[in-house]
Design a protein around this ligand. Structure first.
Ligand code: ATP
Ligand code: MG
Length: 309
């Protein structure tokens, strides 16, 4: 097998049941070396449960799983030495400083000495945390804690990095820095698995995206292919007081598909011209013409109702 055909993750019919509840339902996933894979799904879809099986934190109820060619959970211990994990909730040690957190974590892998010191300096720089090396965790902002969690996961120079919502709660600047860092890791050939609720993030970073709901995989492709497969290329959003009257009088007949979401009408079209021309002629109507995006796909496949409400 050539290098890029090696499966870093090979899950077959992987399931996890909690009593009678099925959190992950007979999932097949294959991730190639060097791939940047995104797992998307509404709250409670089963993303974290799936990732926790991959990292050996919980045992599957059924199915088979190989990670970096180790059978898991049977050989989860040696596998874990070669992966880095950023869990959904930070689990940094609050009693330790930044550098102590990195050193302690390195200790779990038996790492110490001058090589480790040099590596840790590089990680502090990578995380833009050099000036915080002696700060306690409680003195760090949320963005700094997230960046520290990322570099802590790099202490053992992993081949596979698993990131569960690494940018949730970050401001736009902190998120952009995280994206930059993740791209740098990808360019070094690390295989990355990411979950996120930010569609733009997934669209920008991922080579391939899988959408999951109710424990099942709904579809899987590159971001552009997913959009092409499920959504007309043009989306026109019409909103404001006159939107409904415009829809009933004009809009409904001009789109391939339309739907109402709150006070906005969404029109999906192969050819946007008739819609946009009509809107330009209807003075005072508020509208936005944009290309179809991953959020359109996500909502089409998983529905609009709120989860776990
Ligand atoms: N230990 C557990 N015991 C019982 N049910 C659980 C357990 N862990 C997860 N679940 C349930 O399994 C389902 C999937 O949870 P999971 O955390 O995997 O979802 P998620 O896709 O990561 O959601 P989010 O986007 O909110 O993080 C949820 O309904 C959750 O309540
Ligand atoms: Mg989760």
């Amino acid at each position: 097998m050539s290098d890029d055909q090696v499966q870093v993750i090979d899950a077959r019919l992987l399931s996890k049941h909690y009593g009678r509840y099925t959190a992950v339902d007979a999932v097949d996933v294959k991730i190639r070396r060097g791939e940047f894979w995104g797992l998307l799904g509404p709250n409670g879809a089963g993303k974290t449960t799936f990732l926790r099986m991959i990292t050996g934190a919980i045992a599957p109820s059924s199915g088979s799983l190989r990670v970096l060619e180790y059978p898991v959970p049977a050989q989860a211990r040696p596998m874990r030495r070669r992966i880095g994990v950023v869990p959904q909730l930070d689990n940094l040690d609050p009693d330790f400083s930044v550098i102590e957190n990195l050193r302690t974590y390195a200790g779990y892998f038996g790492l110490s000495g001058p090589d480790l010191d040099t590596h840790i300096e590089g990680l502090l720089e990578f995380a833009a945390l050099e000036s915080k090396r002696d700060a306690r965790i409680s003195a760090l902002s949320g963005g700094m804690q997230r960046r520290l969690s990322l570099v802590r996961a790099l202490v053992n120079q992993p081949d596979l990095l698993i990131l569960d919502e690494p940018t949730t709660g970050l401001d736009p600047q902190a998120r952009q820095l995280m994206w930059q860092r993740l791209r740098e890791l990808k360019s070094k050939g690390i295989t990355v698995v990411l979950t996120t609720h930010y569609m733009e993030e997934a669209q920008r970073l991922c080579d391939r995206i899988t959408i999951m709901d109710h424990g099942r995989l709904l579809d899987s492709a590159s971001p552009s292919e997913l959009i092409k497969r499920h959504i007309e290329p043009h989306v026109v959003e019409v909103y404001g007081d006159d939107a409904e009257a415009w829809h009933l009088g004009v809009g409904a007949g001009l789109a391939d598909r339309s739907e109402q979401v709150g006070e906005t009408w969404l029109y999906y079209a192969l050819d946007e011209e008739p819609l946009v021309d009509a809107l330009k002629a209807s003075h005072g109507i508020s509208y936005l013409h944009r290309p179809a995006n991953l959020e359109d796909v996500f909502v089409k496949l998983t529905g609009r109702e709120l989860r776990e409400a």
